[in-house]
Design a protein around this ligand. Structure first.
Ligand SMILES: [Zn+2]
Length: 117
């Protein structure tokens, strides 16, 4: 239950932040989860709704952006899509690949409703 522990930490983070800002509830959460981050978005959404019960994030809409994996060759500098960490450069066959995109895992923004709105 990898996704459940992630969901719990997201809920805790946004709930803490929303309370600090005097929010009544959280209506939306924007997440960025790269395709190489090893998180299944559908599974995370499912866990999130369970994890958010009884918190300010209970009715929050989860929007998940999924940047594609992009690798950059350490030999020839070519950039190409990767679906796995151990990629091979399609041009020079080098294995010295640096991942430049797709590992993102962050909460981009949250939308809150303030007291008395
Ligand atoms: Zn190369």
């Amino acid at each position: 239950m990898h996704e459940m522990s992630i969901a719990l930490s997201i809920v805790e983070a946004v709930d803490t932040k929303a309370r600090a800002e005097g929010a009544r509830k959280i209506s939306g959460i924007d997440l960025l989860i790269g395709k190489l981050a090893g998180v299944e978005p559908e599974s995370l959404k499912f866990c999130f709704s369970a994890a958010a019960k009884g918190t300010l994030a209970e009715d929050a809409l989860l929007a998940i952006g999924e940047p594609e994996g992009i690798g950059e060759c350490g030999e020839c500098g070519m950039r190409f899509p990767v679906t796995f960490y151990y990629a091979e450069c399609p041009k020079c066959r080098s294995l010295r690949i640096k991942i430049v995109s797709g590992e993102e895992f962050l909460i981009q923004s949250i939308t809150i409703e303030e007291e008395g709105e």
